[in-house]
Structures are given as C-alpha cells and as structure tokens.
Design a protein around this ligand. Structure first.
Ligand SMILES: Cc1cc2nc3c(=O)[nH]c(=O)nc-3n(C[C@H](O)[C@H](O)[C@H](O)COP(=O)(O)O)c2cc1C
Length: 174
C-alpha cells in the first residue's frame, strides 16, 4: 500500500446509512471492539463500555427512539457506546465523552477498512435519547450512553472527501 492508499482509508470513511441484509459476523464485531479499545484514553482509564446489539426488535426500538437513527433498524448490528463515569479520568464527564468519541472514530475507521459501512448516531447530550437508551438496554444509572453505531454491509457508496477549509486553520497564533 502506498501513502495515498493508506490515507485513503481515512478520507474514504463516510457515514453509510443504507445496508444490505448480509449478516455481520461475531468476528467482525470482535475486530470493531478491539479497534475501539485501541483508542487513546485520558490517563488510559478506558471508561468506555459497549453494548452489542443484534436482536432485531431491540434495533427497531432504538431506531424509534433516535430521531435521526432510523437506519439502525436495517443494520446488521448496532453498538451502543457508553461510558462509566466512575472509571473516567478525574471522574469527569468531559474525559468520558472524549475517550468514547476516540473509540467511536476507531470503530468507524475499522468498519470502513473491513468493507462495512457504519454511521454514528448521536445520543449524548439529548436527555430524551439518553433515557430511552437507558430503558431499552437496561443500563445501570452509573453508565452514560454516548452514541449508537449502525453497522452493516453498505448498500450505498459515497466518494472519499475531506471538508478541509484553510480558514479554519491558524498559523502560530489565532
Ligand atoms: C456527535 C455526532 C452525532 C451524529 N449523529 C448522527 C445521527 O444521529 N444520525 C446520522 O445520520 N448521522 C449522525 N452523525 C454523522 C454526521 O451526520 C456525519 O458524520 C457528517 O454529516 C459528515 O459526513 P461523513 O461522516 O460522511 O463524513 C453524527 C456525527 C457526530 C460526530
């Protein structure tokens, strides 16, 4: 692989919201979770926790609970990314969210590398979505749901891209 092909794995990751009916194997899910837990984490506290969801009824319920998450009903699997506040660096919610976000991006990149499509479905900080996920997934009170990932084999293709804007970059000082 040359450098452009390697970087293409970053630029080629896009939010994929349509999936075929092909099953997402346990092996694939394991790889995604290993990629997630390879992410950077403040003081290596690893406060992330994951709920892997393949049950169709549960995926349907999540789709109904997330206003912009209908596509998870058609996904081969979902992963709810949560954090345990007590485990986070200095027990700070901000560290929990940053660590979980790094894990999410690692999973999105891993899915793309493995030929799957995935999409980040926002949960935190929307109170109603948090409460719905708590109920649907029986989350303990100490667990903060951050997002859900919809994962499946892509039924749509998207062009690689960057949204690079030079005006968002400052050199040496603002
Ligand atoms: C915090 C966060 C929440 C998001 N929530 C949703 C969502 O609820 N539904 C959805 O379809 N996409 C969601 N996305 C995906 C963004 O819409 C997507 O990343 C953005 O449009 C850029 O497109 P790309 O991922 O193809 O580069 C979310 C992304 C982030 C970072």
């Amino acid at each position: 692989m040359n450098i452009d092909e390697k970087l293409g794995l970053i630029f080629g990751r896009r939010s994929i919201r349509a999936y075929t009916s092909a099953e997402v194997s346990q092996d694939i899910l394991q790889k995604l979770l290993e990629a997630a837990m390879a992410a950077p984490s403040a003081a290596a506290k690893d406060p992330w926790r994951f709920v892997v969801i393949r049950n169709r009824q549960t995926l349907d319920r999540i789709a109904a609970a997330l206003p912009n998450g209908q596509m998870i009903a058609g996904a081969g699997a979902g992963i709810a990314v949560c954090g345990e506040l007590e485990a986070a660096h200095d027990r700070q919610l901000s560290y929990l969210l940053q660590d979980c976000s790094a894990a999410i991006e690692n999973m999105l990149l891993c899915a793309h590398i493995l030929g799957l499509g995935a999409c980040w479905l926002g949960v935190h900080p929307r109170e109603q979505r948090i409460n719905s996920l708590r109920e649907i997934l029986s989350l303990p009170a100490s667990i903060v749901p951050v997002s859900c990932l919809a994962i499946g084999y892509p039924a749509e293709t998207k062009e690689p891209r960057t949204r690079f804007k030079p005006e968002h970059v400052h050199l040496e000082r603002w």
